[in-house]
Each structure stands twice: as C-alpha cells, then as structure tokens.
Ligand binder design. Structure first.
Ligand code: FAD
Length: 315
C-alpha cells in the first residue's frame, strides 16, 4: 500500500514515477527502456495512466458514426508486466469516463485478482475536442462517486447489494490541484470537493504538476489547516523544450515561474532548455524534501534521461 510505504520510510522522501502506455501498435520495449534506468532509485511503485478511447463522429451512410482514433490500451497488462519485471507495485489509474458502474466493478475485480492493491481514482478529462466531460450513461460523473464505489467494494458491498462479495483491499489515491482544477469556479469550491473525496475514504493525494513550489506548500498548508491529514504527493514534470513553456500551462492550467521562463528563453537549443529543466527540477526537489514531501513523483511522459539526472542530483 502506498500509505504503508510512506509510513515505513519514516520521513525519508521516496522516489516514484508515472508512465503512459504506448499508443496501440507501438512496442512495449521503448517503455521498458525508459523505465530501466530509473529503477536504480528504487521506486516502491509505478503508476500507469488510463486512457479513454478517443473518437470522432462522422456521418457514414446518413448515420452519425463513432470512429475510434488514437488508442492507448494496455493499462492492466502493463501493470502486470511491471510487477513481474521489476517486482514493484503497479498503481493503475481508474477513471469514470467511458465506464458504466458495472464495467468499473468488473475492472476493479480484474485488478484485485492480479494482486493490485492501490488505485488512483480520477474522473478523466473530456474527450478531445469536447467542451465538457460527459459521463457514460450509467457511469460516474465525479471522482468522488468512484471513490465511494471502491470504498464499498472494500467493505464487500457490490452494486447489486444482494450479491455477497469477498472484500477488496484497495488503497485509494485521488488527484489534487495546487493551482485549482480548471473547471472549478474558484479554489475554495475545488477544495470542498477534494475534501469530500478524502472524507469518503481516499487515502492519499497526488498533485497535478507544478513548477512553483510555493503553490504546493500553500496547498499542503491549506489541507492541513482544514483537517486533511493524508499524504500529499507532489507530481513533478521537468521542463524539456521551449514549446512546453506555453503548452504545459495550456494543458495543465499552471503558472510558470518567471525565473524558469527567462532561463529557458535565453537558451539557444532545446538541449540547453533540458539542462535548465534538470537544474530547476533539482532545486525544486531539494526544497520539497526540506518541506517533508513524502515522495517525489515524476511524470515521465515517455522520457527518463532528465528524470535520471535529477534523481542522481538528489538521491
Ligand atoms: P473530480 O475530483 O471529479 O473533479 C473534477 C471537477 O469537478 C473539479 O473542477 C471539481 O472541483 C468538480 N467537482 C468534483 N466533485 C464535484 C461535485 N460533486 N459537484 C460539482 N463539482 C464537482 N486523466 C485520465 O484520463 N487518465 C489518467 O490516467 C489521468 N491521470 C491523472 C493523474 C493525476 C495525478 C492528475 C492530477 C490528473 C490525471 N488525469 C488523468 C486528469 C484528470 O482526469 C483530470 O484532471 C480531470 O479533469 C479531473 O479529474 P479529477 O479526478 O480531479 O476529477
């Protein structure tokens, strides 16, 4: 369990990573080649994202037809493969989008039977191009509803209550946003819903990426002041290209600190930007360790050399 790893570490900051399954048809070997160099830093677990099938709607023979576009299947298979290959725990992301509650129940049983005991519970993003998130008919609209379902399964309660069930034993993580979730009208509303996820039974929080540590410090302090006592794991993504200076704020709704932007803008090549990102990452990590962050959790996004360079400077 993630919470047990943190307890056992007794205040020592751990290292962990999130990986993204390859696009359908790509080799798994590239993924493993990127994970291998990071195993030296002994991540107790690896998180694996889940990707809802994306599709476009086209009129075919006079009927609106859903045509699947890019797929990233394999979350469960990759979790199993990671557990065998590296003897680590794998933490699949479980999302509301695209699933009915029954399908979610079946999915969670697959995970349980594989020996997976941690899940990161999320709502999921809107489908590309869609203005808003639409839940599946008969599915969950918010991550909190899915937290409730997992908590019930941990008590042996299934959707159809007449069915008796052996209880599952999932440790539940949820997402938190130091810079506010983009749909929330204000931080306070977003915070209320985060608190709801914890009160319903979530065991830990993983944050959205941030580049300004003060945002994380303020977020943690606010959580503690409001009685949220669960571990809050900072999510980190080192800057690698100049383009990311505009892309990351657009996609992840975050602020880039002026010093980082200026340093990256002064670079002639992206190789230099990557170095700036590594130095910034090391500085961020040192401060986060000083603050008492339980784990430094890196979003690899298919790249590991920069994360390795940061980890070498830290661990
Ligand atoms: P929620 O907690 O449901 O919140 C969504 C919005 O609704 C927020 O604005 C919140 O304030 C509001 N809200 C919450 N509850 C209520 C309520 N009861 N009534 C009204 N408003 C409410 N996406 C993927 O598709 N796959 C992944 O693998 C994935 N991994 C991620 C990992 C991390 C660490 C993070 C931070 C995000 C990840 N995402 C992933 C993206 C995530 O799905 C999106 O950020 C999504 O838009 C919100 O998910 P959530 O779980 O925070 O949603």
């Amino acid at each position: 369990k993630i919470t047990q790893y943190i307890e056992k570490a007794k205040g020592k900051t751990l290292f962990s990573i999130e990986i993204i399954p390859p696009v359908k048809g790509e080799s798994i070997q590239n993924l493993m080649n990127n994970i291998d160099p990071l195993m030296e830093f002994k991540p107790p677990f690896i998180e694996v994202t889940y990707h809802r099938e994306e599709y476009i709607e086209k009129v075919v023979d006079g009927r609106v037809t859903k045509i699947p576009t890019r797929k990233r299947p394999g979350t469960v298979g990759i979790c199993s493969s990671l557990m065998q290959r590296y003897k680590v725990d794998a933490v699949p992301h479980v999302i509301c989008g695209g699933f009915t509650k029954e399908e979610t129940e079946d999915f969670l049983f697959d995970l349980h039977y594989l020996g997976i005991e941690n899940v990161l519970v999320l709502r999921g993003d809107p489908i590309k191009g869609a203005a808003a998130f639409t839940p599946e008919k008969g599915g969950h609209a918010y991550a909190s509803d899915l937290v409730e379902q997992v908590v019930n399964m941990n008590k042996g309660i299934l959707l159809h209550e007449e069915t008796e069930s052996f209880p599952t034993n999932f440790c539940i993580g949820v997402a938190g946003y130091p810079e506010k979730h983009f749909e929330a009208p204000n931080f306070s509303t977003d915070f209320t819903y985060l608190k709801q996820k914890i009160e319903l039974g979530a065991d830990y929080i993983v944050t959205q990426m941030f580049f300004d540590n003060q945002k994380y410090f303020d977020f943690v302090n606010k959580c503690r002041a409001e009685g949220i006592t669960v571990p809050i794991i900072p999510g980190l993504k080192p800057l690698t290209t100049k383009k990311q200076l505009t892309v990351l704020p657009r996609i992840f709704h975050l602020d880039m600190p002026e010093d980082l932007v200026n340093a990256a803008m002064d670079c002639k090549t992206d190789k230099d930007v990557k170095q700036v990102g590594i130095e910034w990452g090391i500085k961020q990590c040192k401060e986060l360790i000083e603050f008492g962050a339980p784990i430094l959790h890196f979003y690899t996004m298919g790249k590991s050399d920069n994360i390795r360079a940061i980890a070498e400077g830290i661990f």
